[in-house]
Design a protein around this ligand. Structure first.
Ligand code: ADP
Ligand code: MG
Length: 301
């Protein structure tokens, strides 16, 4: 069962139990507890809700074909558990930013968008929290494209207007617990906005919802300057490394750009069982089209 089907099934089961159609989560009466906390809701009901199209995600390869879906759900549950426990344990000493999980890589095509989407879908299944998937890759806003939200205002619109309330641009989805923020309107000055002081204000606004994880899909570190700037806003950085493709030097250079900091984990993506030996760092995630997806291991830097 795909993550989407699981999420929809959970929503149906809960609404059947409540004897009512799915309702937007009610706004909390008081300041919500920080993660992990009681079942809570986004601060505000989104102005608009979109439908995530599982066929699009299947066709693009983000969701595994049926025979591999169980493995994919299980792989991302494992990765999610590590992320959740890092956010909850306070092992990242950056306060609320530990709920901001940036997904990046050294180079394009290593699986950032794939990882960000699958991690967000898995986090949406958490009972006590929600997840906001933010498209911060303005050069290749593939998260926005896959969710079919490219035409909606989003991050860049919030950054370019000091008066804007970013919550106005947060979209609900047909998947309980999953919210999305598109990259927004891309202009010539978009790069500067991502590294501006306003970005900090916008992130602080988004972090007001204390039961929300924020998964940030970003550009590759070695190709752009924005990714390193965005890392300042994230308590956790997941660096996706494509097995058998990314050279060690590129990984080292990318890590160097992130500087001395905590909360960096590597996800070794597209690992085949036969190549597993020797890899013992980071998360690893199997290539569905390779031999056999592999078990995961985690260590943080
Ligand atoms: N583990 C994986 N198994 C199968 N396909 C994958 C995997 N990781 C990434 N892909 C595919 O590889 C392509 C590039 O991945 P993508 O997430 O778009 O890279 P990035 O965002 O880093 O540029 C996409 O078509 C994606 O669906
Ligand atoms: Mg991408």
């Amino acid at each position: 069962m795909s993550l989407i089907e699981k999420a929809l099934q959970k929503m149906r089961a809960e609404s059947a139990a409540a004897g009512a159609a799915p309702q937007p989560k009610p706004a909390p009466a008081a300041e919500p507890a920080a993660l992990p906390g009681p079942t809570s809701a986004p601060r505000r009901t989104p102005r608009q809700t979109i439908d995530v199209d599982s066929d699009t995600l299947l066709a693009s390869g983000v969701l595994a074909p049926e025979d591999k879906q169980h493995q994919q759900v299980s792989d991302y549950r494992h990765i999610k558990r590590q992320v959740v426990s890092m956010a909850a344990s306070g092992s990242v000493s950056v306060g609320s930013a530990s709920r901001v999980i940036m997904v990046t890589s050294a180079l394009p095509g290593e699986g950032k968008t794939f990882t960000a989407l699958n991690l967000a879908l898995s986090l949406a299944l958490e009972r006590d929290s929600s997840v906001l998937l933010v498209d911060g890759d303005i050069a290749k806003p593939n998260t926005s494209r896959l969710l079919n939200i490219e035409r909606y205002p989003g991050l860049l619109d919030a950054l370019s207007d000091d008066q804007a309330d970013v919550e106005d641009f947060v979209l609900g989805t047909n998947i309980k617990g999953l919210y999305a923020l598109s990259a927004g309107k891309i202009t010539d000055t978009a790069n500067e906005f991502l590294s501006s002081a306003r970005m900090d204000t916008v992130m602080q606004q988004l972090l007001q919802d204390k039961n929300r994880y924020i998964v940030l899909d970003t550009p590759p570190l070695l190709v752009t300057t924005e990714a390193a700037a965005l890392a300042h806003h994230a308590g956790q950085v997941l660096m996706v490394v494509r097995a058998d493709s990314t050279v060690q030097r590129a990984v080292q250079d990318a890590l160097h750009l992130l500087g001395e900091r905590e909360g960096i984990s590597l996800i070794l993506n597209r690992v085949t069982q036969s190549k597993l030996e020797g890899y013992y760092y980071g998360y690893s995630y199997g290539d569905r089209y390779g031999d056999t997806p592999v078990p995961k291991a985690l260590s943080s830097f």
